[in-house]
Design a protein around this ligand. Structure first.
Ligand code: SAM
Length: 276
């Protein structure tokens, strides 16, 4: 496991593997390594103990929406930007045309391992297009990425997911990303993402997360991104159709420790938008 944002993908995967009854990610264990587990435990201690359940809840939210999309849009495609070690294409009963985007090192190691896991039948056969991007904070890289994505999507409906990604990008990059998305998705397509509201930054827990991102992941000084409450409502070309946060999601499930205390939960809202 290399230091940097790639390490965050390992940590989040360990959280999903811990409570598969909540995350519904039955393949997360395949990607767990000892160093990743150690870092995930350090994260829980230094940032907050509710973070593992919160990450499982967000994965379940997105998986359920993707499953509904796959039933309704028969020719629909799935694109996961900043996919990390998620297993969405394998958690849908029938194959869905899928594309995963992430940094080159992560994509290379994931692709190699997937080949082995599919041949040993630990993962079902799925055809996934893997696209590398060195930095989504770079506008030229973004243009290159979306030229490829537009070509691959063509006139098909798409479900585009950005889970745990926007926190890492500058506001300029986020704005440019949304412009590209708006030009790429056809009407009826879905866009799913999660983001912190600016009000979260006043929580001690948020500052602990920022510190852990800098020291634990070793990326040095950075300013995490947040998105205002009205950002999603005013997004050109999209209509907000679903929204949930970890506290509300924890209340919907039996046998899940309810997340109640706002100060000990980092509320990263999950959003679902429809292209109009
Ligand atoms: C916290 S992980 C989330 C991974 C996955 N979506 C999940 O929920 O498990 C953040 C992901 O975004 C990717 N990422 C972060 N900043 C990036 C950037 N500037 N360019 C490309 N990818 C980036 C990382 O490589 C990593 O896979």
């Amino acid at each position: 496991m290399l230091p940097g944002v790639d390490a965050s993908a390992h940590v989040v995967n360990c959280f999903r593997a811990k409570y598969t009854n909540i995350s519904l990610d039955n393949f997360a264990h395949l990607w767990v390594t000892k160093p990743a587990e150690k870092l995930a435990n350090r994260y829980l201690k230094e940032v907050g103990e509710s973070e593992d359940i919160a990450h499982c809840l967000r994965h379940r939210f997105f998986l359920e929406r993707l499953r509904e999309f796959h039933i309704q849009a028969t020719n629909g495609v799935f694109i996961n930007i900043g996919a990390g070690f998620t297993n969405y294409p394998y958690l849908i009963n029938t194959p869905i045309a899928s594309c995963e985007v992430d940094k080159p090192n992560l994509i290379k190691s994931k692709q190699q391992r997937i080949q082995k896991l599919q041949s040993s039948q630990q993962l079902p056969e799925r055809d996934i297009l893997f696209l590398c991007t060195t930095d989504l904070n770079n506008s030229r890289e973004n243009k290159k990425l979306f030229d490829s994505l537009s070509q691959w999507i063509g006139s098909r409906q798409s479900f585009i997911l950005m889970e745990g990604l926007l926190y890492w990008l500058s506001q300029d990059s986020v704005n440019s990303l949304f412009k590209h998305l708006q030009q790429t998705q056809i009407a009826g397509s879905l866009l799913a993402l999660n983001a912190f509201k600016p009000s979260e930054t006043s929580k001690a827990m948020f500052q602990r997360l920022r510190k852990f991102s800098e020291k634990g992941y070793g990326i040095g000084h950075f300013s995490p991104n947040t998105l205002s409450e009205t950002f999603h409502e005013n997004l050109l070309g999209y209509k907000l159709i679903d929204q949930a946060n970890y506290i509300s999601l924890s209340k919907q499930l039996d046998k899940v420790k309810e997340l109640v205390d706002k100060d000990s939960v980092l509320e990263e809202d999950c959003y679902l938008l429809r292209k109009i």
